[in-house]
Design a binder for this molecule. Structure first.
Ligand SMILES: [Zn+2]
Length: 234
């Protein structure tokens, strides 16, 4: 076990007994704060892509798929706050983190004129095997928070993952794209017809997973497609 995984392991172990510590600074959480203290919330490296587009995120989809909105809550940096948060969300059995961030982000979107911008939220699905191992889909919980703040419904039974693929993180860009071919399917093409669909995921890196989902969602002939993620890496 290397130093990093040992410290992550210890942090996870400690959080079993002291669940009221901030995921960012590991200080005691004040009453009423969930997962992050007010200071760490304030220090989140937000992108504000809903106010001003960040070209590095949008250009991952240029020439590939047309998107109405590319919404990224915060910048993902190695060893940064969002990496910590996403680690706890995915591997720490803490799905509530996704909902908390979704609620906050949805609140900001609501205030900035996105209240009527979408018709339905579709989370990037997990393969049933992975869902069974983890017990929850982290993207679905992020979507749940967004759906509450924006008063949107969530569609969980149209986009499905039919092939289990191993981790994408060590693959080259081309091999990531090849790796996700045929991985997602839509069950009922009539479900999202003429809807403004917001596809949500935890992290935007190369965009290959999101593109694979968006391409199959196009079979439903939606009115428009957009994406929202918690983190975005340049
Ligand atoms: Zn903190």
């Amino acid at each position: 076990m290397n130093q990093r995984s040992l410290s992550t392991f210890l942090a996870d172990f400690v959080s079993l007994f002291y669940p009221n510590l901030c995921l960012g600074c590991e200080g005691l959480l004040p009453k009423g704060s969930d997962y992050l203290c007010p200071k760490c919330h304030y220090n989140l490296p937000k992108t504000h892509t809903h106010k001003l587009e960040v070209p590095q995120f949008r250009e991952k989809f240029d020439g590939v798929i047309e998107l109405a909105h590319v919404l990224v809550y915060a910048h993902f940096f190695k060893k940064g706050l969002i990496q910590k948060v996403l680690h706890h969300l995915k591997y720490g059995n803490q799905p509530g983190i996704g909902e908390m961030i979704g609620r906050r982000y949805g609140g900001e979107l609501f205030e900035d004129g996105f209240a009527g911008a979408f018709d339905v939220i579709v989370p990037v699905p997990l393969h049933p095997k992975r869902l069974k191992e983890r017990g929850y889909n982290q993207s679905e919980h992020f979507g749940l928070g967004l759906s509450r703040s924006l008063s949107l419904s969530m569609n969980l039974d149209t986009l499905i993952k039919v092939k289990h693929v191993d981790s994408q993180t060590r693959r080259s860009k081309l091999s990531r794209i090849k790796n996700v071919e045929g991985v997602f399917e839509v069950l009922d093409k009539d479900n999202l017809r003429d809807q403004r669909v917001l596809l949500v995921d935890d992290l935007l890196t190369t965009g290959s997973t999101l593109v694979a989902c968006l391409e199959v969602l196009q079979q439903c002939e939606p009115r428009s497609l957009s994406i929202a993620t918690i983190g975005g890496a340049k």
